[in-house]
Ligand binder design. Structure first.
Ligand code: BG6
Ligand code: MG
Length: 211
């Protein structure tokens, strides 16, 4: 086998939270009369909460203090967390769930590498609370993707070298982070269009042919 571990991005790879992020940011944008659409929302993939806010504010004319920005990010998170309450184990697709089991049966270690501070909450809702061998997320990093820190931490938690781990990502920022950290990567969805992705996969199950 080429790899000993797989590090998965969470949002957009293991589960689909894009819509919830969109709805929560949309509320913030509407309150401030800022134009916001799905295309802008796509640019927030893999990017930290505060950096996402800066992208939303690109179309804002006024000036906000750091404190006001923090309050807006906090408000967005409250909306988002409320929406996450709708998630259940049924939101974990059969394909993802079966593939994870098969990867593990092949002897691979499995970890999460997510910029989100809500990663553990989401894993809990999906019934994956203690499934992964390691979880590296927004709570244990200083710099989010495209910096490689979140993946390097995941590898460290697994006690593995980056060249033994495959990163799975749906965001360009994540593919770049993997490359900067010395990881091979599999791009899914929009990330399958990234030049830097080591593998371009069409569906989650294709991972079984990559490892
Ligand atoms: C990433 C999402 O997983 O987490 C981003 O792709 C999001 O869109 C980031 O901004 C931070 O999430 P949270 O849950 O900490 O606000
Ligand atoms: Mg993602």
């Amino acid at each position: 086998m080429k790899y000993q571990a797989v590090i998965f991005d969470l949002d957009g790879v293991i589960c689909s939270t894009d819509r919830y992020h969109y709805l929560a940011w949309k509320k913030i944008a509407d309150d401030l009369h800022i134009y916001f659409d799905e295309k802008i929302n796509n640019r927030l993939r893999g990017v930290s909460r505060m950096e996402s806010l800066e992208i939303v504010l690109e179309r804002y004319d006024g000036n906000l203090t750091e404190e006001e920005k923090r309050a807006l990010a906090e408000k967005k998170n409250q909306f988002y967390v409320e929406l996450l309450e709708q998630m259940t184990e049924k939101d974990l697709s059969a394909e993802v769930s079966k593939t994870l089991v098969e990867l593990r049966e092949k002897g691979l270690k499995l970890a999460i590498g997510s910029s989100s501070k809500n990663a553990k909450r989401i894993l809990g809702r999906l019934g994956l609370g203690s499934y992964f061998d390691a979880v590296s997320d927004g709570t244990n990093i200083q710099k989010s993707k495209p910096e490689p820190e979140v993946f390097l931490k995941a590898a460290e938690f697994l006690q593995m070298e980056p060249d033994k781990c495959l990163v799975v990502e749906d965001a360009e920022a994540g593919i770049e982070a993997a490359a900067r950290g010395g990881f091979d990567s599999a791009g899914i969805g929009e990330a399958a269009l990234c030049e830097e992705a080591s593998y371009k996969i069409e569906s989650f199950r294709d991972l079984l042919n990559v490892v």
